[in-house]
Design a protein around this ligand. Sequence first.
Ligand code: CA
Length: 225
Amino acid sequence: MPTVLIVEDDELVREALTRSLVRAGYAVAAVGTAMELMRRLVPEYADLVVLDLGLPDLDGAQVLKMMRAVSRVPVIIATARGEEADIVRLLRDGADDYLVKPFSGEQLAARVLAVLRRSGGAPPDTLRVGDLVIDLTQRTVTFRDRPLVLNRREFDLLAYLARRPGAVVARRELLTEVWRSRDVYDRAIDVHVYWLRRKLAESGASPDCLKTVRGVGLRLVALSE
Ligand code: CA
């Protein structure tokens, strides 16, 4: 499961792109500034970066040069500027591909796949959040090699959250993407969270790694201890 880091200051665009890539099966982290990006690049954190050129703290073209000084991670530039000169310069400066805004989530997912294929980043089939290992092919979950016995929905919920470790995922999004329905009784999420926490605890993991953010949603975090 390759991790894509999205750098985009527009919150609505950032969330839409995140959802598209998660739906396409990627683990996604998203930040809004160049400084946050630079922090995440050391140590090598993402398999691919989607970089918006117009960031509030630094010009994206500058950011690309800084990144290239320390990292070979593939970069797709998202630009509102369609000028050919810019694009030629960016590709010369080390960008792997570019998209001119506005573009669809489907197109982004397809470009990400193409760039990863070219860069030889064979998608692994497991997600790791701390010592929790989620095997997406076998549909198994282990904590320090101890298996968690999850039902289908519990697995889907945990795997969905694990694609964006640390991020709060809205209940509405979980209902749409995991339950694939708007008509589900909202308490269904709480019931599954209750059982997931119990099963995490039984395997020796701290149930606190699955957090409820009141009125918003859920997040899965890696606990260091
Ligand atoms: Ca921007």
